[in-house]
Ligand binder design. Structure first.
Ligand code: SF4
Length: 171
């Protein structure tokens, strides 16, 4: 089987705005949520950016050795390939946050993008929900509007609950 390729807008190394600590952020191309007031509408184009292999992306991640964030665009439109990348990240013991315009319930539903459940298995914290301009709040940590949630999937797996547990900072 050939190695999957992902459509990537850019990779930002050493960023502090996409989760706790200094992180390597992978920005995936493509988003169909089209939230009014989106901060990055150029990311909506599924043909934007460049195709990259898992090995090429992992070379950047390994060089930095930092925890990783998937953002975009919406990584869940490339769930199947993103899950392969996520598995490699977790093999290194690195943390993984993922930003999505979907709600967690939508990603668990039958009509979710193919591979969404598999990707979720590797995610430590999911920042879910569309950006809602009327709920914009610049004081919020790591998110733009107050409807968006920082869901601690790692804690949910550890406790076996299906009810969302919200992540809170330990710093
Ligand atoms: S989900 Fe994010 S990238 Fe997609 S339209 Fe909404 S704010 Fe923009």
């Amino acid at each position: 089987m050939s190695e999957p390729r992902l459509r990537v807008l850019r990779i930002v190394e050493g960023t502090s705005v996409d989760g706790p600590g200094l992180r390597t952020s992978i920005y995936f191309a493509g988003c169909a949520h089209h939230c009014p007031g989106c901060h990055n509408p150029q990311s909506w184009d599924f043909g934007a950016g460049s195709p990259m292999s898992v090995a090429e992306i992992m070379a950047v991640i390994d060089y930095n050795g930092a925890d990783v964030t998937f953002s975009g665009g919406d990584p869940f439109y490339q769930s199947t390939a993103a899950a392969v990348l996520a598995a490699e990240i977790k093999k290194r013991g690195l943390g993984l946050w993922v930003f999505t315009g979907f709600l967690l319930d939508e990603l668990l539903a039958a009509e979710a993008p193919e591979g969404a459940r598999r990707l979720l298995e590797y995610v430590d914290v999911l920042v879910d929900g569309p950006y809602v301009a009327a709920l914009r709040d610049t004081s919020l940590l790591f998110r733009g509007s107050s409807n968006q949630r920082l869901i601690d999937l790692q804690a949910m797996r550890a406790t076996g609950t299906t009810a969302p547990i919200l992540w809170s900072p330990s710093f």
